[in-house]
Design a protein around this ligand. Structure first.
Ligand code: PGA
Length: 296
């Protein structure tokens, strides 16, 4: 289980040029300063930018402090030693190994381009035709090439009965049941209720509702695959995460991280989300109500 919260910036098709992608990463780190090291940041840019970004951001982070972290001046390059090392993810992957499959991006090519993770089963891909079996095949392919998987699951709508829970059970078990138990911890589940994604009013699931779903998923993993899987799989939340709701969602929802769409399109708002989650309200509760040591 990760010791730092995971923040995945899913840029979708928002970032059209390499320059723009490069600048967004630099700006994000510049704004965060030392705080950047307190989270596991993952960027999922468009396929064609992966190789250049991984070559450019392969160094080690050396931002001194938020104050000293200067924003690079327009048109001025930052010395390569000052560039952070970034973790990159593909937004999708081919279910095919290679060969005569026009337009496909196979796992090996994705890995060669510098991605270490891949998002699979995003609802926008499911909407464009990815079936349950395609997703299983893609996960198997990613794992075969040692790419960690961010598996998106989520119901299209909430019914008053249990249909939405059945959807979750099917999305989880179709994948976990099809792969070796040893690979289970290479999968991170991103629970993203489809109705909350790209929601015009930024309507996310509330932290209490999320916590119930997290318990449901962990119980499902425990009953079907045992304790190691249930404890070893990180769960993220995605769907209208904003700087205002991020802290509550993460800490009270009891997830290990966030998968962020629109708010990650701008460095400034992404940095705001990261800063918001660095404050853990649960620890504060202990501080506020805990008995000081000298009184025990
Ligand atoms: P959103 O997207 O944050 O824009 O709602 C989340 C996602 O699609 O992963």
């Amino acid at each position: 289980m990760p010791s730092k919260p995971i923040v995945v910036a899913n840029w979708k098709a928002s970032t059209l040029t390499l320059k723009e992608a490069e600048k967004k990463i630099i700006d994000t780190y510049a704004q965060l300063g030392r705080d950047a090291a307190k989270v596991n940041l993952v960027f999922a840019p468009t396929y064609t930018h992966l190789a250049m970004l991984s070559a450019l951001f392969a160094g080690s982070i050396s931002w001194k402090s938020k104050k000293n972290a200067k924003k690079p001046k327009k048109g001025k390059k930052v010395a390569s030693s000052k560039l952070p090392k970034v973790t990159l993810a593909g937004q999708d992957i081919s279910m095919f190994e290679g060969g005569s499959k026009t337009g496909e991006v196979p796992a090996e090519a994705l890995k060669d381009a510098g991605a270490t993770r891949v998002i699979i089963g995003h609802s926008e891909r499911r909407e464009m035709g990815d079936t349950r079996d395609d997703i299983v095949a893609k996960v198997k392919m990613a794992l075969a090439y040692r790419l960690d998987v961010i598996l998106c699951i989520g119901e299209k709508e909430r019914d008053s009965g249990v249909e939405y829970l059945k959807t979750i059970i099917d999305q989880v078990t179709s994948v976990f049941g099809a792969i070796d138990k040893k690979s289970h911890s290479s999968i991170t589940i991103a629970y993203e209720p489809v109705w909350a994604i790209n929601n015009k009013e930024n309507k996310s699931l509330d932290a209490h509702g999320l916590h119930s779903m997290v318990v449901f998923i962990r119980k499902l993993l425990l009953e079907r695959y045992g304790e190691t899987t249930s404890k070893g799989v990180a769960i993220l939340y995605g769907g209208s995460v904003t700087p205002d709701n991020a802290q509550d969602i993460l800490w009270n929802g009891e997830v290990q991280g966030l998968l962020i769409g629109r708010v990650s399109f701008e460095a400034e708002s992404l940095a705001k989300v990261v800063r918001a989650i660095l404050i853990n309200p649960k620890k504060n509760i202990l501080k506020t109500y805990g008995v000081p040591k000298k009184h025990i």
